[in-house]
Structure formats: C-alpha cells, structure tokens
Design a binder for this molecule. Structure first.
Ligand code: 5GP
Ligand code: ZN
Length: 113
C-alpha cells in the first residue's frame, strides 16, 4: 500500500468519521471543515490526482460524482452544494489521493479564493 493518509483511512488504520463506505468508495467528514457540511469523497483505488487519472478510471470518476449526488440528496442539501477537486500544489492539493470536497450549508461565494 502506498504511504498515503487516505489509503490508511480506507484501511481503517487512521480513524475518520465515515458516512459511506463500500468496496470502491469512501466518504468521510473533513477534519477541518470549511462549511457546515464538508465531506471528502474518495475512491479506494489510489489515484494521486486528476492529472494522473487514466481513461480506464472513467467509471470510477463518474460514479464518484453520482455518489456526491446521492449523499447530497440523503443529506437534504436542497439549497445547493459544491463539489471541488484541487489538483496540484498551486491549486491547494495537500493529500495526493484524488478526492472531491462536498461543501454545503452556507453561502458559497464565486469565484473561490
Ligand atoms: P486538499 O487540500 O488536498 O484539497 O484536501 C485535503 C483535505 O483533507 C483538507 O481539507 C484537510 O482538512 C483534510 N484532511 C487532512 N488530514 C485529514 C485527516 O487526517 N482526517 C480527515 N478526516 N481529513 C483530513
Ligand atoms: Zn492513497
């Protein structure tokens, strides 16, 4: 297994408040939430970031977005939500295992900082 924080969360070696888990995906609460709802959605497969995703990962990436849809519906996020992936240090990526931030529960400004 790569020496990766999110792989360790998948494996249960690092604790996290998981809200969804199956063989292919995990969703858990961000440790430093930027909104009343702030979840991280990840594939269990270690993909470092969107830049290194392959065409063969298309189904994983598509289903990850549909998981966001489902979690937003289950969470009653009817007023809107934002799905964000930071790719690369310049964009604020700090954990090199692809993840989508699901943010909601406050007014989300545009453009982002
Ligand atoms: P990035 O900056 O790569 O887009 O997002 C990484 C996110 O992971 C950050 O929002 C950060 O708060 C979150 N994070 C970092 N370490 C941990 C951890 O140990 N547990 C959880 N639940 N979230 C973490
Ligand atoms: Zn990983």
């Amino acid at each position: 297994m790569p020496d990766c924080l999110f792989c360790k969360i998948v494996a249960g070696e690092v604790p996290a408040k998981k809200v969804f888990e199956n063989d292919d995906f995990v969703a858990f609460k961000d440790i430093n939430p930027q909104a009343p709802t702030h979840l991280l959605l990840i594939p269990t497969k270690h993909i470092p970031g969107l830049s290194s995703a392959e065409d063969a990962d298309a189904a994983i990436l598509g289903r990850l977005q549909l998981l966001a849809r489902d979690l937003a519906k289950q969470g009653g996020l009817s007023d809107g939500f934002r799905l964000v992936t930071n790719n690369g240090r310049g964009a604020g990526q700090t954990v090199d295992h692809i993840h989508y931030h699901l943010l909601a529960g406050r007014r989300l400004m545009w453009p982002p900082g």
